[in-house]
Design a protein around this ligand. Structure first.
Ligand SMILES: Nc1nc2c(c(=O)[nH]1)N[C@H]1C(S)=C(S)[C@@H](COP(=O)(O)O)O[C@H]1N2
Ligand SMILES: [Mo]
Length: 316
């Protein structure tokens, strides 16, 4: 196993051919949406017709293990995002009008240069890279997702952590008026997650701004979400508004609800079962047969050393 994830770069042009970008713009122009000239209302296509007519990006790009990326359709219509609903197929509809601009992310805590960044600052400051990562949900389903974004390490370096900083805490936006699930009293909103600082600085750890060569969509955590591909999906927190460097292990939403099932580390581990189901195998969305789950979701070469000397069945 010498191939690293980087050996299979993917360009936007491979994901969405240029013609698709252009035809999408031309389509909007042709329908008069840009000009606002919808005078012939009866003849104009409805918003839903326009939505349905949008070309869906396609790709046959593969990850470094040779697995083809999951369809855009599945990635954007089968989501865990409890702020909207616990129904995976209902998230996309409920999140459709979620406002992702303007958006700011406050980065602070134990750092020398605390700063609040607009999403447009982040896009300008850090070159966007494309990375095809496997996503393994703790519920034992998985996908392969072509993300774009930038390493979290670059943002952390910019704010200069002080010597006391040992962990990073992340927080999702809290907007119960727009996110109906946040009215549920069963969850301690806002969603929060955390990483050890060395996990956060690992090159695999990504802040994602897009997928399939396009801007991220609300159901996948637009405009900015974390992606930690060797950990169960719940670590990859969506729609981040706050990042804080801390001295102590931060509380995380799932651990605070059910700590014996969803630990702080949450490394993908086929040898440690969830108390209520096996983690040995998984259902890849779009496939019929189950697959064996890989230790660290197949990223052991890059991350196993972070856990040298730790008992991963205790520190799950
Ligand atoms: N804020 C927030 N982030 C979240 C979640 C959530 O409910 N709220 N669900 C997590 C879970 S369990 C998974 S599997 C992934 C799913 O990401 P996707 O919908 O982009 O595939 O998002 C994670 N991030
Ligand atoms: Mo998940």
């Amino acid at each position: 196993m010498t191939q690293l994830y980087k050996s299979v770069p993917v360009r936007s042009s491979e994901i969405t051919p240029k013609e698709v970008y252009f035809s999408r713009r031309d389509f909007i122009k042709a329908t008069g949406l840009l000009a606002g000239s919808m005078a012939l209302a009866a003849c104009a296509p409805s918003a839903q017709e326009i939505e349905n007519a949008k070309p869906v990006p396609t790709s046959n790009a593969k990850d470094e293990l040779g697995d083809v990326v999951t369809t855009y359709e599945d990635i954007t219509n089968y989501n865990n995002y409890y702020e909207f609903t616990t129904d995976k197929q209902g998230v996309a509809g409920l999140a459709k009008d979620f406002k992702t601009t303007p958006w700011t992310v406050e980065v602070g805590g134990l750092v020398s240069n605390p700063k609040t960044f607009g999403i447009e600052d982040l896009l300008k400051l850090f070159p966007q890279e494309e990375r095809i990562y496997r996503l393994r949900c703790v519920e034992a389903w998985s996908m392969v997702i072509p993300w774009s974004g930038f390493p979290l390490a670059k943002l952390i370096e910019m704010v200069a952590p002080t010597s006391g900083a040992k962990y990073v805490r992340f927080e999702t936006v809290y907007r119960p008026e727009e996110m109906p699930g946040q009215k549920s009293p069963f969850y301690p909103w806002p969603y929060q997650e955390g990483l050890r600082l060395d996990e956060a600085m690992n090159d695999l750890t990504l802040l994602a701004t897009g997928l399939y060569g396009e801007m991220n969509v609300p159901q996948n955590g637009a405009p900015l979400r974390l992606v930690v591909p060797w950990k169960y999906g719940f670590k990859s927190i969506k729609s981040i508004v706050k990042i804080e460097l801390t001295a102590d292990e931060p509380a995380t939403m799932w651990k605070s609800i059910q700590g014996n099932e969803y630990g702080f580390y949450a490394n993908v581990n086929p040898n440690v079962d969830h108390p209520r189901w096996s983690q040995a195998s998984e259902r890849r969305i779009g496939e019929l047969n189950r697959r064996q789950t890989l230790m660290f979701n197949g990223y052991g070469e890059q991350v196993a050393s972070l856990y040298d000397g730790m008992d991963l069945s205790v520190n799950y």
